[in-house]
Design a protein around this ligand. Structure first.
Ligand code: GLU
Length: 337
């Protein structure tokens, strides 16, 4: 992955963002310097996703004090797709507890593509990674609710609390994926055969397909990310959505697996937990500081937005978000940077 961030330098993770005007400037720069990039392809395995305007590009940073910085098409709606996995995971951990989700789903990257059946087979039916389809289906199966409708309400309400506004379902995206998701149905049946889903697997796939078809914008993703950065409290509405410990668990999982089989490369280059989706969104979470939402539909070979990765790399450097970058100060006042 080539992430040209220019000469912005490497700001260390300082504990706070720079001042308002500087963040405004950097969000605009993250957009400007990548807007002419055309690399990548839009997803087309869900037929309707291929109809998107590939030029759309939005960037948003939401600070943990509720401040919002926007550039480009930051309010353009698109389907959340796989990014829903991060927030449903948090809601399920909050509802059923850390250990249940750890035992049933796991927290490790499989190193295989998002829709891999082989990953399930190679691990004796253990999904391992909640950020790809098998693990996400096993997670959605754990959503509280006696009926699929109750589970769906739980998810739609929960994601709305993360975003601070109701998130509509894109009926066309839902219908397009529901007509073509034979592979996800096969994965759910396979998980059922291994005892990893103990409710109707096709009903689980239906709820999962709906959760992926919820409409968000880059601004929504930034606020949702900022809620995870803010110990589970939405910084815009002030509402507690999940416990602080759940944010910690979720961010650890995103660090390991948020960018499909390129998660290691993302963490190495960008140094903050994130989650991408095949409609072109990426949410990134800088704990204690901010959430970043980006939207640009052209994807790399793993399914990650090309411009979204570049814009986020730039912001991570310039805003000092990399959680591995430190400025050690010795007792005599010397600094390591
Ligand atoms: N709804 C998509 C699927 O299940 C999500 C894929 C993704 O964004 O990774 O195939």
């Amino acid at each position: 992955m080539e992430l040209d961030v220019g000469d912005v330098g490497q700001a260390v993770s300082t504990g706070t963002l720079p001042g308002w005007d500087r963040v405004e400037e950097l969000v605009a720069a993250a957009w400007h310097r990548n807007r002419d990039l055309r690399a990548g392809e839009v997803a087309d395995y869900i037929p309707i996703l291929a109809e998107v305007d590939p030029e759309l590009f939005g960037v948003c940073v939401a600070e943990v004090d509720g401040g919002i910085h926007l550039a480009g098409d930051a309010d353009h709606p698109f389907s959340i797709q796989s990014i829903s996995k991060a927030f449903v995971y948090a809601l399920v951990c909050d509802a059923v507890g850390h250990q249940v989700v750890l035992d049933r789903v796991g927290v490790d990257n499989t190193g295989l593509p998002f829709n891999s059946v082989m990953a399930v087979e190679l691990n004796d039916g253990h999904p391992r990674n909640p950020m790809v389809n098998a693990g996400a289906l096993a997670t959605t199966a754990l959503v509280p609710g006696a009926t699929p409708a109750a589970k769906w309400t739980f998810i739609q309400d929960g994601l709305a609390r993360f975003a601070g506004r109701p998130l509509p379902l894109d009926e066309q995206v839902y219908a397009s994926e529901a007509a073509t998701n034979q592979r996800n149905r096969a994965i759910a049946r396979l998980l059922e055969s291994y005892g990893r889903i103990d409710t109707d697997p096709l009903a689980v796939v239906d709820v999962y397909t709906r959760q992926c078809a919820l409409l968000v914008s880059a601004r929504d993703l930034a606020v949702m990310g900022a809620t995870l950065a803010d110990g589970g409290v939405n910084p815009v509405t002030g509402e507690r959505v999940v416990a602080a410990s759940v944010c910690q668990d979720t961010l650890a999982v995103l660090a390991a697996s948020g960018l499909y089989e390129r998660s290691g490369e993302w963490l190495y280059e960008i140094g903050v937990p994130g989650k991408s989706g095949v409609a072109g969104g990426i949410v990134t979470v800088a704990p204690g500081k901010a959430g970043i939402g980006t939207f640009s539909p052209r994807l790399d070979g793993a399914g990650n937005s090309v411009r979204g990765q570049r814009a986020t790399a730039y912001l991570s450097r310039a805003l000092g978000l990399n959680v591995f970058a430190s400025d050690v100060r010795t007792p005599d006042g010397r600094s390591s940077t």
